[in-house]
Design a protein around this ligand. Structure first.
Ligand code: 13P
Ligand code: SF4
Length: 302
């Protein structure tokens, strides 16, 4: 089967099975082009909680498909590539989180959705990069354990006097951006606006013009009058931004940086996933119930 035939089969199977294809902004372009909904973690989890489809195919990484399952427990949720994971999500273990909670019994636990279902189950409120600042500001607590991204924690700390106890995790993709890259890129493209993701290190955020979640970048670049942008996030984002604003120019900030987990899903995986209904996300009922509480409180707070 060639790619065109495979695309036709994907569309046919999707209809036959009443499936919806949710795709994260970092996915390969051919996968982005097949999305029913293309977005960031927050947007896609909202859609997952409301969809009428029987099957959700999540083209992203495991924690995203797990989040969809937790919010839509009666649906069949499929992750086309079993190995597609987010290393940052694995950096926070549930036993270590329990120990930290014990040490700070007066703190509330706010966990980034880039985390395991078990960690979400030990969490008071979840957040995404799009709403982390709002969630931290709105919760009724002055002391917060924030896991697993230390860079997002440091970013949030800029906007609040609350005490934030950061976990020591990070995203290996965003951690690679450097202030030197910004200096060089700005010299090469003096009219370009520098936009970065809040998972970037603090010294990179200091030098950026704007900081956004991936969907925040889409809205900003569509509305902003500038015609050139330097983009500090995973390289799949450039395709998404160009798709939305074809008349504008987008450059990677420094060298293009790739997330291995996000790039594991190919057309063939999506096709096989629909055909064989693989790989289904299953989670223990009690974990799902507790994790759902943390995710629903997030959706309530924003
Ligand atoms: P967004 O929610 O901004 O899309 O971020 C998800 C992610 O994994 C960033 O690395
Ligand atoms: Fe995880 Fe980073 Fe990949 Fe996002 S880009 S999925 S945080 S490893």
């Amino acid at each position: 089967m060639d790619n065109q035939q495979m695309i036709q089969e994907i569309l046919r199977l999707k209809k036959e099975k009443n499936a919806v294809i949710l795709v994260h902004n970092y996915q390969r372009k051919e996968i982005q082009d097949l999305a029913d909904h293309l977005g960031d973690s927050l947007g896609l989890s909202r859609i997952a909680s409301k969809t009428e489809a029987d099957v959700i195919i999540f083209c992203g990484v495991k924690f995203m498909a797990e989040t969809a399952k937790i919010l839509s427990p009666d649906k069949k949720v499929l992750l086309p590539q079993q190995a597609a994971g987010c290393p940052m999500a694995e950096m926070a273990g549930v036993q270590d989180l329990k120990a930290l909670k014990n040490q700070h019994q007066d703190a509330m636990v706010i966990t980034y959705v880039n985390s395991t279902a078990e960690v979400k189950a030990e969490t008071d409120v979840c957040c995404t990069s799009a709403n982390a600042v709002t969630v931290v500001k709105n919760v009724k607590a002055d002391k917060i354990i924030f896991a697993p991204d230390k860079n997002l924690a440091a970013y949030v700390q800029r906007f609040t006097e609350k005490e934030i106890i950061p976990w020591d995790g990070y995203c290996y993709v965003h951690e690679k951006f450097t202030p030197e890259e910004i200096t060089k890129a700005k010299a090469a493209y003096p009219n370009a606006v520098v936009i970065v993701h809040p998972e970037c290190p603090p010294d990179v955020i200091d030098m950026a013009d704007e900081v956004f979640s991936t969907s925040g970048m889409v809205t900003f670049t569509r509305q902003n009058e500038a015609s050139e942008f330097l983009v500090g996030t995973e390289e799949g984002m450039l395709y998404r931004l160009k798709k939305e604003s074809p008349e504008k120019t987008f450059f990677s900030l420094g060298t293009a940086k790739m997330c291995r987990g996000m790039k594991m899903t190919h057309l063939e995986d999506l096709y096989q996933s629909l055909l064989k209904e693989q790989f289904e996300i299953t989670l223990p009922e009690d974990i799902m119930t507790r994790a759902r509480g943390a995710l629903e409180r997030m959706l309530y707070y924003v």
